[in-house]
Design a protein around this ligand. Structure first.
Ligand SMILES: CC(C)(COP(=O)(O)OP(=O)(O)OC[C@H]1O[C@@H](n2cnc3c(N)ncnc32)[C@H](O)[C@@H]1OP(=O)(O)O)[C@@H](O)C(=O)NCCC(=O)NCCS
Length: 225
């Protein structure tokens, strides 16, 4: 089995709403710009449907928070498909979804602009990672930051911790080296071996990564919409 990734630019298409369930439509309604949410959740439904043969409208997602145990937020799972693991990520302009049976999965897409603030290093990076970026500037620096950030978030979405874990304690490989989790320094338990892969989502202003809790090498199939 591979990890199947589907990436698309955010679109405004009213037909996508028909794919969402009542809870998703309600959440979309609460947003000042609902299109990223709608695009992402329709994308995830279509991807899972295509990989499992189930009608996209018939898929039921549930959430579970690894920290407090509630079903009101946290990592998404597909009800009745225990072996099918999913993840979704979206920003103003891009949405990415992932599905696999290899293990718990996390996917993340980052706009370069989101990495453009003073203090990015102290909030998100380990000192060894800051040192690796020291000679970079301009767009190259933003690209490197966004790549490292997407790897860390993908890893923390695969474990289900999210940003409850300090991302500076999740040390990843250098931005221009193959993606991997180098060291888990966080106090929280790392559930198992982790594989990471950078993704090309077909948009030069974005960086993305996927992480899976598995010891097997990742075979990643990326589909772009
Ligand atoms: C997971 C997280 C890093 C995503 O951040 P983001 O960059 O804003 O959002 P992305 O677009 O990349 O991903 C959003 C999706 O991640 C998923 N997600 C949310 N929490 C998750 C978790 N703990 N693990 C894995 N995936 C999670 C959801 O599918 C969510 O989409 P939705 O809100 O539309 O349903 C962030 O929301 C987070 O850290 N959440 C956990 C906070 C937490 O657990 N606090 C403790 C509460 S007791």
């Amino acid at each position: 089995m591979s990890v199947v990734i589907r990436a698309t630019q955010v679109i405004d298409d009213p037909r996508l709403l028909d794919l969402l369930d009542a809870g998703e439509r309600e959440r979309a309604d609460r947003r000042s710009d609902p299109h990223p949410f709608i695009t992402a959740h329709a994308l995830l439904r279509r991807l899972v449907a295509d990989e499992t043969g189930v009608d996209p409208r018939a898929i039921v997602f549930e959430k579970r928070c690894a920290t407090c145990g509630t079903d009101r937020h946290g990592k998404p799972h597909v009800v009745g498909m225990r072996d099918v693991h999913v993840s979704v990520s979206y920003g103003e302009r891009m949405a990415v979804a992932a599905v696999t049976t290899m293990g718990e999965v996390g996917v993340d897409v980052e706009d370069l602009a989101s990495a453009d603030f003073d203090g990015f290093g102290s909030v998100t990076l380990h000192p060894t990672e800051c040192a690796q970026l020291a000679d970079l500037g301009g767009r190259e620096l933003l690209g490197a930051r966004a790549q490292l950030w997407s790897r860390k978030e993908a890893i923390l979405k695969a474990t289900g911790h999210g940003l409850v874990v300090d991302p500076s304690q999740v040390v990843v490989s250098a931005h221009d080296a193959p993606a991997e989790l180098v060291e888990w320094k966080a106090a929280q338990h790392l559930p198992g071996p982790m594989r990471v892969s950078d993704l090309d989502v077909g948009h030069s202003d974005h960086r993305a990564a996927v992480a899976v809790l598995t010891s097997s090498p990742l075979a990643v199939r990326t589909q772009r919409g």
